[in-house]
Design a protein around this ligand. Structure first.
Ligand code: ATP
Length: 363
């Protein structure tokens, strides 16, 4: 069992407030991703969990036991660092065995645990090699094998794939995901790469400025962002945001974008009532608009500024006043630069956002 509860953890560096009352629960054997832009506090939070940089307020509980100020070696956690931190003067075997030797395990047991970890990472044929004779990808495997060999119940990983080239990252991403689900360990994984987070995590905690913005399963974080930041940080391209004015007509609420109006779906009308005659932000993802090649009374006609063929889709940039909109189409869709396309906004795909707070409005 390894259930972690982070309860209102705060951390300052001098006057800088790096973590602001962060609370998060990570369930036993869960793969939790901490995702956010550079400097948002992901590593600071991971280090507080590991005991490498103590929190200055709040508590961290492991299976109900307060470990906030416990020394790292007594927490039963192992960690993979972004830099790998493997020892150049030691063979792969000795690198993987390092923590086990420190723990005073019998040589026979060390050999067994090193062998098993090396086998899982497919580096069993390299145990006598030195790190300088290995590729970046192989060194990364050594770092993961060393962490796994400890057979700790909690594995902490800080951007473990960020030093690999794009192709190797893709390969290791899938391999790590399979490996970690096989060994059934509670994992906290730090990354600033939203694709890595979406593809690997059971849940994602999205951070900004030392605050957790949303904790959810990948599909929800992508589809129902808690606020404008989450919608813009996750997804490539990011979610589109347009200014829309809310009006009433015949007892119903309507939204107007430029000179195009459409009726707002019934279930969200209550939440939008207070915005009548005011602007709100309409969020919609590039792939969620219907794109038509001919005029339609229920569609907004916009001129294509840029057309980017991306193989499996074409990405169009269209503009509405000051707002730019990214729209994805099938590669066969007959769009041309400087010509019009017509867009429909399916009501179940629209996300409404308060323009002041940036928070999503929910039914
Ligand atoms: P990255 O993806 O770039 O590693 P991060 O989200 O992991 O970013 P942290 O390393 O947690 O960010 O840092 C959060 C903030 O705290 C940053 O602004 C950083 O400059 C600051 N910080 C981190 N460690 C220290 C330190 N030892 N002393 C002073 N400031 C620090």
């Amino acid at each position: 069992m390894a259930n972690i509860l982070i309860d209102k953890v705060g951390k300052h560096f001098g006057n800088f407030h790096a973590l602001k009352e962060v609370s998060l629960e990570i369930k036993d054997q869960e793969f939790m991703v901490l995702l956010g832009p550079s400097g948002c506090g992901k590593t600071t939070l991971l280090r507080a969990i590991a005991g490498l940089g103590m929190a200055d307020s709040g508590r961290i509980l492991l299976d109900g036991k307060d470990i906030t100020y416990l020394p790292p070696r007594m927490r039963g956690m192992s960690m993979v660092f972004q830099s790998y931190a493997i020892f150049p003067h030691m063979t792969v075997f000795d690198n993987i065995a390092f923590g086990l030797k420190m723990r005073g395990l019998e040589p026979k047991q060390i050999k067994k645990q090193v062998g098993k970890a090396a086998e899982l990472l497919h580096i069993e044929a390299m145990l006598e090699r030195y790190p300088h004779k290995m590729s970046g990808g192989q060194r990364q495997r050594v770092a993961v094998a060393r962490a796994i060999a400890m057979q700790a119940e909690v594995l902490l990983m800080d951007e473990p794939l960020s030093n690999l080239d794009a192709l190797l990252r893709l390969e290791m991403r899938a391999e790590l995901k399979r490996l970690l689900s096989d060994i059934k360990v509670t994992t906290i994984y730090v990354t600033h790469d939203q694709i890595e987070a979406l593809s690997m995590g059971d849940r994602i905690a999205v951070m900004k400025d030392g605050i957790i913005q949303q904790v959810d399963v990948p599909g929800k974080v992508y589809d129902l962002p808690q606020n404008r930041f989450v919608g813009s940080f996750i997804g490539n391209p990011p979610m589109n945001f347009l200014k829309a004015t809310i009006l009433t007509q015949g007892g119903q609420l309507w939204a107007t974008i430029a000179d195009f109006s459409f009726e707002i779906e019934a279930k969200i009308q209550e939440a939008l009532k207070t915005y009548v005659n005011q602007e709100v932000i309409l969020g919609i993802r590039a792939e969620n608009m219907e794109v038509l090649a001919a005029p339609d009374p229920k569609a907004l006609g916009l001129r294509v500024q840029v057309l980017e063929p991306l193989g499996s889709q074409n990405l169009l940039t269209v503009s509405i006043g000051q707002d730019k909109l990214k729209v994805s189409t099938h590669p066969d869709f007959p769009a041309k630069t400087d010509e019009l396309v017509w867009l429909r906004f399916p009501s179940d795909k629209i996300r409404w956002i308060d323009p002041q707070s940036g928070q999503s409005l929910r039914a």
